[in-house]
Design a protein around this ligand. Sequence first.
Ligand SMILES: [Fe+2]
Ligand SMILES: [Fe+2]
Length: 452
Amino acid sequence: MSTRQVELPKKYHQAIVKWSERFLPDYDFLIENWDRFFPRDPEFRLCAYRELGMCTKIECGDMEGKPKFDEAGKMHPKQAGHLLGAIRAQASTEFGSIQQHQLTLARAQDEEEQVWILRMMAEELRHGYQMIHLMLEDDWSAVSDHSEDDMVEQILSMRTGSHILGAFNIDFDSFVDNVTFCALIDRVGKFQLAMQKVSSYQPMAESMPQMLREEAFHLAAGVVPLRRYMEKAAQGSFCVSTSDIQKAFNKWFPRGLEMFGDERGGGTNVRFGLKPMKNAEAQQAYIEEVEKVVRDLNVRFVRARLPELSPAEAQGVLEQLLTDHGAVRGISHEDLVHMPDSGFFRRRGVPAFELIGWDGESFAELDDYLAHLSRHLPDAYRAGRDFSQYVEALTRVHSGETTAAEASQEMPVLTRVGGVCPCSKSVRWVAGNGSNGADDRGSADGVPASTL
Ligand SMILES: [Fe+2]
Ligand SMILES: [Fe+2]
């Protein structure tokens, strides 16, 4: 298959370059040193890629078999509205993750790991560029009152706190967050991209293959360092412990699950031919993939601690540890990394604000649950705004002051208040009601889950 490369009109291209000067200041360093770090990979180019020769018939939903749409104006307005919401949400996540990664990029212990994250950030910039390309190449006036300038301005003015999906509003606290985010949250991105590859909107489908190729690198930028940390921890290093990795998993995995949208939703997207799977089905496939990642990390830990074992023997030791929850040959169950229960620390979807513990256990008392969370989440994260807002919302839900559904929608967001000045003085934390679009309501599509 071959690709067509497209550059945005100059003023929008320049706006994205300017954005990168602020949020990705090492971009030029990456480009200048690309051949040194990635000698076998084609040079990075900031442009949109459109895959040629893709399927032209709708692949799922009510219109399966009919020709795909090449223009939004030919779609049913509700269908085009869903699609534009998904493009906006996708664009927001791409730019949002760069802002998060930048917070702790300099704290990497290893230059290669740092440069891999830097490359991933540049590719996220290109993904955001790709989504803006989709917004600008078509006429969305039937489903949006915003001008092209406004749509681009809205995306580029989002900051950590005002992005559409919750996972992109949480600050990173250490470089362990950079790599765990790649391993868990970019993996959600991979699922979304793979689903959108069959989109009934041809320009979206054609945008996915190059993004998926790049996303594979993002997953590696997370998993490869995690494997190293596990091996080093097994060999007695004190730099990164399995407990640090576990706590980072506990911080991000619940947010990853929520990115699939409410477990009861997703049907409309399937009917519209925009995605082939409903939310719960895609979320389950994600859980199974993360289980494999966790198992691989644990096998590496066992093999690094007991190098004399054959691969089969190492698997046997792991099996015994997972079955008995005890200790085998100096390794205890607690030394390993485990998947948090899918109901743990949730704020959206079916288990939102339930007192479900890390192991799936139920808590009767709120204080006991908060003590449980404090043992399982990273210290720096607990000291931050996101956690305090969650605790506040959880307390109101459990005192009967509000419902879980209301609390899901009311999580505060960072938004613009008054004026259009882009300086930080016009940005305030306010109680979010979704009116600024900074509300995922458990939907990865940027539309209320209740309508899906
Ligand atoms: Fe991306
Ligand atoms: Fe990514």
